[in-house]
Design a protein. Structure first.
Length: 354
């Protein structure tokens, strides 16, 4: 069966079960470029609004280090306290930036695939360290496609950086007359402009990459017709067994229905190929009930059982058709048929009394 599946072409869309299994394994349609450009754009916005605060904290850290170096020498006795203080100040400086990047990365991945928690992709497997398989992956079609994508992205980013820097060449010469602080401000402004233009280019590339990843994921997830049939058998059972079960259920229901015919008060026929058996008990029922019905061979059986048990048979073609079409077995007749059925029952009861 496995060889047969390999020979077949995968033309069928993946079933919900296979999609769920792939999701449990961590296989989802996700673009890394979307998360990367989202983090880069979030950091850019963070620097736009918080750069001045970070510069002040960095200058405060520098003054603190210079003041400490002038007060005492660093030795084994005070190295621990200095290290703790330095780590605390650097953490206070970088923590907002790291928190922003981490939150945006989580949000970008969640918007792409939702909440997915799978440990299977990080489980140690010997196949992952197989040099032959690693060499095959290195020169596979997927690796070549990724290489082409990366070269294309580097080319686009390089072109954007070149064009942006080229537009600022005329502003380089006046920098000789600026102060150090003015030069730093200019460099920061140009760097921000370059990163912004790169972000805009990467957003377009990320959208295209997500579309490609979605298409490739759906392509790899496709199934052969035999795989769909095998999965259907596993989830819903063998169609042959299901058909046999349904046939046995119909036979049992028919036997129960035939067993109710002797208890009927009347059998209404059309009279050629329909038969409907009615029963009415004033003590237990508020309306007559259909206890059996059938067409063709089943109708003949109902009439034979009725004759053997002295159940009256009344030929009423319109009523038989309506009852057979609109009333199921073990259901009460609808109100619009009360009058017609009452006339039939009255006729039957009068014959019995006669």
């Amino acid at each position: 069966m496995t060889e047969q599946n390999k020979d077949q072409e995968k033309t069928e869309q993946a079933t919900p079960k296979k999609r769920e299994e792939a999701r449990k394994k961590g296989q989802v349609a996700k673009s890394r470029d979307v998360a990367s450009v989202a983090v880069l754009l979030a950091c850019l916005v963070f620097f736009w609004f918080g750069a001045s605060g970070m510069v002040e904290k960095a200058m405060s850290l520098t003054r603190w280090l210079l003041a400490l170096s002038a007060q005492f020498n660093v030795d084994c006795n005070n190295i621990q306290s200095l290290s703790i203080g330095l780590i605390y100040k650097i953490s206070a400086l970088l923590f907002p930036l790291f928190l922003t990047a981490f939150s945006i990365a989580l949000l970008a991945n969640y918007l792409q695939v939702g909440f997915v928690l799978s440990a299977e992709s990080v489980q140690p497997k010997l196949s992952k360290i197989d040099p032959i398989k690693g060499f095959q992956k290195l020169f596979s079609i997927r690796s070549l496609v990724e290489l082409a994508k990366n070269i294309f992205k580097i080319s686009i980013v390089g072109f954007v950086v070149y064009m942006t820097a080229r537009g600022e060449i005329e502003n380089f010469i006046p920098l000789m007359e600026q102060s150090v602080w003015g030069i730093l401000i200019y460099i920061g402004r140009v760097a921000f402009k370059i990163v912004l233009m790169v972000c805009l280019a990467l957003i377009i590339l990320a959208i295209l990459d997500y579309i490609y990843q979605k298409w490739e994921f759906e392509k790899n997830l496709k199934m052969t017709k035999q795989e769909v049939k095998d999965e259907s058998r596993q989830t819903e059972g063998d169609p042959l067994v299901k058909a046999r079960t349904r046939r046995l259920q119909r036979d049992m229901a028919r036997k129960r229905m035939m067993a109710s015919v002797p208890e009927a008060d009347v059998v209404i026929t059309n009279p050629t190929h329909l038969a409907v058996a009615l029963r009415y008990d004033q003590a237990d029922m508020f309306a007559p009930k259909v206890v059996a019905k059938g067409a063709g061979f089943i109708a003949e059986n109902i009439k034979d059982i009725a004759r053997k048990n002295n159940v009256p048979i009344v030929n009423n073609k319109p009523l038989a058709r309506v009852l057979y079409k609109h009333v199921d077995v073990d259901e009460m007749i609808p109100a619009n048929l009360y009058r017609a059925v009452a006339e039939v029952l009255a006729f039957v009861y009068s014959r019995k009394r006669g």
